[in-house]
Each structure stands twice: as C-alpha cells, then as structure tokens.
Design a protein around this ligand. Structure first.
Ligand SMILES: Cc1cc2nc3c(=O)[nH]c(=O)nc-3n(C[C@H](O)[C@H](O)[C@H](O)COP(=O)(O)OP(=O)(O)OC[C@H]3O[C@@H](n4cnc5c(N)ncnc54)[C@H](O)[C@@H]3O)c2cc1C
Length: 302
C-alpha cells in the first residue's frame, strides 16, 4: 500500500520502526488478535504528531496501544495503523517537590519501583497493574482503594486537532474507569505524578503485600486482560459471576477463570469470537439471575 510506504518514509526520518502485518496477539496480554496493517514503535511526540496528521489527511484508521493489557483485538486484526507506546517512549524524570514526569510508555511497575528507590510513597496500590502510564490514565486505572486520579497532577497530550496541550488533574474528568481521554482520539504523551515522602521499608512492604495478594487471587499464569467486566454500582462482577455458578464456564479456549470469576482467561488458542461469545453468555446469565447488567471493561479493537 502506497500510504504505508509514505508512513515508512516518515518513520525513517525519525529513526523509528514500522512493521507491516504485525500480529497483535504478540502485543496484548490476552495473546489474541489478528494482524495490524502497520505497527509503529513510537519514539517521541514529534514523529507521532506527523504520523497522526498523515493518517488523518489520508483517511487511514489509527489507534494507540500501550502494553495491550486492557484490549481485546478482533480475529480479523486491525486494518489500520497502531502507534505503540513502548520502551522507546518510557523515560522517567524526577522533578522537585516529590513529582515524577513519565513518558506515556513507562510501565506503572517501573515508575512504582523508581519511586520506591527515592522513598516516595503513593504508587503502592497501583504498582501491580500491568499497564503503561498512558493506558492507565486513559481509563483511570485503580486497585486496592487507590486510582490514577489520586496521584496524577498533570498530563501532556496531542489533542484531536493535532495540537500539543497540557491538562491539570481537575480538568481530566476522572471517575471510575473513565477520563477525558476515554473514547476519544486524544493521545497522552506524558504524565506527571505527585507523590509524598515516605519510608523505604514501609513502601516496600506495602508493595510486596499487594503483589502477593495479586499472585494469590488472580490467574496471572494464564493470558487475560485483567477484570473482564466493570464493577456494577452496588456489587462486584466477580461476586455475581461466582454466585451464578459460572466459574469454569467456557467457549473454545476462553474460560471464566476458576481462580477468579472476574477474569476470562485464554487457556490455549482462544479467539476473540470465543471470548465475546463467553462474555455474552455471562452477561445474559448474570442479568437473568441477579438483575445486574455487566459491561465489558477491555477496549475492543477491530
Ligand atoms: C493480570 C491483569 C491485572 C490487571 N489489574 C488491573 C487492576 O488492578 N486495575 C485496573 O484498573 N486495571 C487492571 N488491569 C487492566 C490494565 O492493566 C489497565 O487497564 C492498564 O491501565 C492498561 O494499560 P495499557 O498500557 O496496557 O493500555 P492498553 O491496553 O494498551 O490500552 C487500553 C486503552 O488505552 C488507550 N491508550 C493506551 N495508551 C494511550 C495513550 N498514551 N494515549 C491515549 N490512549 C492510550 C488505548 O488506545 C486503549 O483504548 C489488569 C490487566 C491484567 C492483564
């Protein structure tokens, strides 16, 4: 495709890599999904702005990917361009006043470990979420009573008109698994956290405690996208699914985890179709038996 060649030419100027027909199952924690027409490992906001501009002007579909830990990619793949925020866009910088500025591709775990080394507290609860800071802010990720909204103070992003902007936390419209970025084409390029001084040993103990809880309760040994359903108001998805006797229910190799009913896991060669069919079965059963209507948490990429 001529347009892909043009994108390649832009990438070459900025020394970043474009892969054609790249299997997205390699880039998602579910290990599911067909190929993307083009997959670009982003290494800065300048190249990204130019590439997005080119895609918009030429009607090329595009989408941003972090660690792929909250997406479900269709079996047919993605007939467009994936901008991947990975190692090349993951710089972490300590600022004054307990602030840390991170490029969007930095892993939450890496930021939490860096904070620990400086005895900075605030990231403990979030440290086990297997996402990038961009992906985490996109959906205001949270765990163990804390969420991104508690520690983020500002972010830089490329707005839908292509301009680079800065937004402060209070203007990010943060709520349960939602931000001003959700469902839009805004691209987060960096996130600044404000932490507070703490004691190395107590931060480390807390972080280790949360990681151990995850290992004990979550099916981390199998591919998944974490919690498959959002928490419904007034209850918990995993509790409802368990109450309905759905642990172990399966379609193909997609299975409601036996260890944690809130996770759908890929026990082998699950397809996106298997996962969606199983989700539909869970949603219908839970609604019929409890009255709660569950909603999918991962973003569908097709
Ligand atoms: C084992 C496991 C445990 C998990 N535990 C938790 C948990 O405790 N709490 C929780 O909240 N989540 C949890 N998750 C889900 C997931 O890790 C989080 O939602 C994480 O924040 C997603 O980050 P990511 O980088 O993987 O985003 P991706 O999955 O790559 O992307 C998710 C969405 O964010 C968008 N996005 C990504 N980067 C950017 C960017 N730079 N700018 C704009 N949009 C962007 C994507 O376009 C997509 O729409 C878990 C997942 C797994 C597999």
């Amino acid at each position: 495709m001529k347009q892909i060649e043009q994108l390649e030419a832009i990438c070459n100027r900025y020394d970043c890599q474009l892969l054609r027909n790249e299997p997205l199952c390699k880039h998602t924690t579910f290990r599911i999904g067909g190929c993307a027409a083009a997959f670009i490992d982003i290494n800065g906001s300048d190249v990204l702005a130019e590439l997005v501009n080119y895609c918009n002007e030429n009607d090329l579909k595009w989408m941003v990917l972090g660690n792929g830990s909250n997406v479900l990619v269709s079996d047919e793949g993605y007939d467009g361009v994936i901008f991947s925020f990975g190692k090349q866009a993951s710089r972490i910088e300590f600022l004054d006043d307990c602030r840390i500025r991170c490029e969007a591709g930095a892993f939450l775990m890496t930021v939490a470990k860096a904070a620990l080394e400086e005895s900075l507290s605030g990231m403990e609860c979030l440290s086990g979420i297997p996402g990038t800071v961009g992906g985490a802010l996109y959906m205001n990720a949270g765990a163990y009573g804390s969420e991104m909204a508690d520690v983020v103070i500002s972010a830089e992003y490329i707005d839908e008109d292509g301009s680079l902007k800065t937004v402060l936390r209070d203007h990010m419209d943060l709520s349960y698994r939602h931000s001003m970025f959700s469902g839009t084409k805004r691209i987060i390029t960096s996130v600044t956290f404000k932490l507070h001084e703490g004691k190395y040993d107590s931060i480390k103990t807390e972080m280790t405690g949360y990681l151990n809880q995850r290992r004990a309760k979550q099916p981390l040994e199998l591919p998944s996208a974490g919690s498959t359903f959002k928490r419904p108001v007034g209850s918990y998805a995993s509790f409802l699914i368990d109450q309905c006797g759905l642990k172990g229910a399966s379609v193909g190799d997609a299975q409601v985890s036996i260890k944690h009913a809130g996770f759908i896991v890929n026990t082998g060669k699950a397809t996106c179709k298997d996962v969606l069919e199983l989700c539909q079965f869970v949603i219908e059963t839970v609604e019929e038996k409890t009255g709660y209507k569950l909603e999918l948490e991962p973003v569908l990429l097709r």
